[in-house]
Design a protein around this ligand. Sequence first.
Ligand code: FES
Ligand code: FE2
Length: 404
Amino acid sequence: MNQKIDIKNLISSQKPGWSLDQRFYTDPDIYQLELDHIITQNWIFAGHESQIPDSGDFKVLNVANESAIIVRAKDGSLNAFANVCRHRGSLVCLEKEGSTRKFSCPYHGWVYDIDGKLIAARNMPSDFDKADYSLHQLSIDVLHGMIFICFSDSPPSLDGAKTDLKEPMAMFDFENLKVAAQKTYPIDANWKLSVENYQECYHCATAHPDYAKMHTLTLDDNKRDRVQAHMIEKMEHCGLKDIEIDCIDIKAPEGQQGYGYSRTALFEGYKTGSKNGEPIAPLLGKFKDYDGGASDFALGPFTFLLAYSDHVVAYVFTPIDIDKSECEIYWLVRNDAEEGKDYDKEQLMWLWDITTETDKTIIVNNRKGVASRYYKPGPFSGMEDAESVYIQWILKELAERISA
Ligand code: FES
Ligand SMILES: [Fe+2]
């Protein structure tokens, strides 16, 4: 049977509200489709502008088979280039970050300037024109200091996200944040299992006792409404608006990257996501006081931001291979905050470091079970709605591409 029709039938046989068939986590053809139509076709967070402030400052982002160099140009703007030499394809930049005046390919020494232009290539024929061999330019955009890249020359539009997320992003003054800490968590599981786990809090009460003590997402809606009302009152007192935006993946209009925003109350006594609930960094942006809330932003299928009143945790899920993914976490604070005086790195990282270490274990256990001959899709609970919607979006994207 034709492989394409096979996958098409498999997609249409998935029951909404149930977990996916095993082959979505193990089949190389499905993974290839995801690579071509999801992984390289959506925006992914690549860091904060403050990480590469000066001309020549760069960082590298690896996603599945792709590698990008994000570099501050001579004129101060930002560029992203495919980290692939135009001679015979070696990776050009082997460092994760740094500052340079040129990139020299380690294989045969072709040299590119920081604007991606080839400036030296030894012993090439007389008709060789360096101008024809610049590094391939990637799509790059910046939202309030947050850098996003896409490995597609025609990426989804960020216009909706830019307009609708403007007010909530301004509330935290994302532009004037800095990265206080960053950590990579390698996960031996398909990228979808990693993101699916982040999408639901059905597991939080059992797996994350520290998180469950402060975050009310573990509560059912009625109980949460009461604490939520209290937080909204405090927000109003600070002159802030409670905003809800639901244009995530499947709800985004054709051609637009999906996005979402909401703020949820923490339990009484918790001002922020710290061990004892007390402040751990200077208040952000427009916050005059702690409102006892935490905001969730989603932008595209891989990037999730959690914004407390005094710090932001950016979560990026990166597919690496069919059963390897990474979670990259950035902890951001106000750019004038001083380490040791205004914040302590360990305190800042504590909650989401222990939570993510636990998630890694859960996700890998999930992967092992899903690979078994006894695995069968199971029904979602009411607390896994976001995961269910996410899966529907993936199926829709794949189905559309396969029939195109
Ligand atoms: S592959 Fe880069 S110089 Fe040959
Ligand atoms: Fe978790």
